[in-house]
Design a protein around this ligand. Structure first.
Ligand code: SAM
Ligand code: SF4
Length: 331
């Protein structure tokens, strides 16, 4: 099946699905401590999510990433993972997950058995105290256990770390060495201005260009054209043989090659991470749409995909550029 092409000539082959807005952590850059979560009636059932994913697969989606909130805190989420895993085939090539790792040791083997081959695990620091401070409620041991369980189950693991000025900016040297030791790739992410949080984002923003030059004092970062279909720019670390990626939405426009759309757990499809326009699929699903009607609605939504985001940090008011939290769309 040839994929849907958006108005700017980009093939849309990647669907990210936030399966829940809930989470067992409260990372400072992502959520406020006292978040209000959505009522159950608004959340799509796992069957509804599977049906919607199936429509995207029919229309040429080759990769689906489950995210959240924390995807592994959704009850029975493995039912959805198995259903989607059963859809893997010639065109639909990859089912994957972004997780904070706290529940991963319980699920790693089942994920592998369902056809998941790679997972992204968020880990912003290796310092236990700092980890607890950054996640507000987290214990690093649980996430580390999850990472090692995933590796033992044969999953490739990539570590995602959000860079925060004055918080974890000195940790990346050590993390790169640790990832090398354990055979993990590392991907650093700039803080994006999404959703009200308790702190001041403009103060925490750290351009990754600075981090990269600092890392270059110790490590040899070799250019590579490796791509995961995402916005990260990758280098091979000569000393470890592993990769390091940089996602720089704030300092570099990553929209030209955007191949993705994002579905929330309420069935809202966002065509761009950094824009508010959306399409409501819960209404379509619950209104008794046939598969053909569902497909038509997907095609119509993608026809509205904008050219790009306009993230800027409003320093005077420190208002987020996009009012919804990252946990709504899952990054
Ligand atoms: N709970 C899972 C996790 O933490 O990996 C999945 C959802 S989380 C929203 C997905 C990714 O978004 C994580 O890697 C997280 O660090 C990142 N993230 C959250 N808020 C962010 C922000 N304001 N700017 C940049 N990245 C953010
Ligand atoms: Fe939860 Fe992930 Fe957001 Fe942290 S980044 S609060 S783990 S959803």
């Amino acid at each position: 099946m040839s994929p849907i092409i958006d108005p700017f000539g980009r093939a849309i082959t990647y669907l990210r699905v936030s399966v829940t807005d809930r989470c067992d952590l409260r990372c400072v850059y992502c959520m406020a401590e006292d978040m209000t979560f959505l009522p159950k009636a608004e959340i799509l059932s796992l069957e509804e999510l599977d049906r919607l994913c199936a429509a995207f697969i029919r229309l040429g989606t080759t990769k689906i990433r489950l995210t959240g909130g924390e995807p592994l805190v959704r009850r029975d989420v493995m039912t959805l993972v198995r259903a989607l895993g059963a859809r893997l085939g010639d065109d639909f090539r990859e089912l994957t997950l972004t997780t904070n790792g706290t529940q991963l040791s319980r699920h790693a083997e089942d994920l592998a058995a369902a056809g998941v081959r790679r997972v992204n695990v968020s880990l912003d620091t290796l310092d236990p105290q700092k980890f607890s401070a950054m996640t507000r409620w987290g214990k690093i041991e649980k996430t580390l256990d999850g990472i090692f369980a995933a590796k033992a189950a044969g999953l490739a693991v990539k570590i995602n770390a959000v860079a925060m000025k004055g918080v974890n900016e000195d940790d990346f040297d050590g993390m790169l060495a640790w990832c090398g030791e354990h055979g993990l790739d590392l991907c650093l992410i700039e803080t994006m201005p999404m959703g009200e949080i308790a702190g001041d984002r403009a103060d925490q923003y750290l351009p990754l260009s600075m981090v990269r030059s600092r890392l270059r004092q110790r490590w040899t970062l070799q250019d590579t054209d490796y791509r995961t279909g995402g916005p990260a720019r990758y280098y091979t670390v000569a000393e470890t043989g592993r990769r390091i990626g940089f996602i720089t939405p704030m300092t570099h426009n990553f929209c030209e090659s955007c191949n993705r759309v994002r579905l929330t757990c309420t069935g809202t499809l966002y065509m761009c991470l950094g824009q508010d326009d959306s399409a409501d699929f819960r209404h379509v699903l619950r209104g008794g749409a046939s598969d053909d009607q569902l497909d038509d609605a997907v095609v119509a939504a993608i026809a509205r995909k904008p050219k790009g985001h306009d993230f800027i940090i409003d320093r005077r008011h420190d208002r987020p550029a996009v009012s919804r939290h990252m946990s709504v769309t899952g990054g």
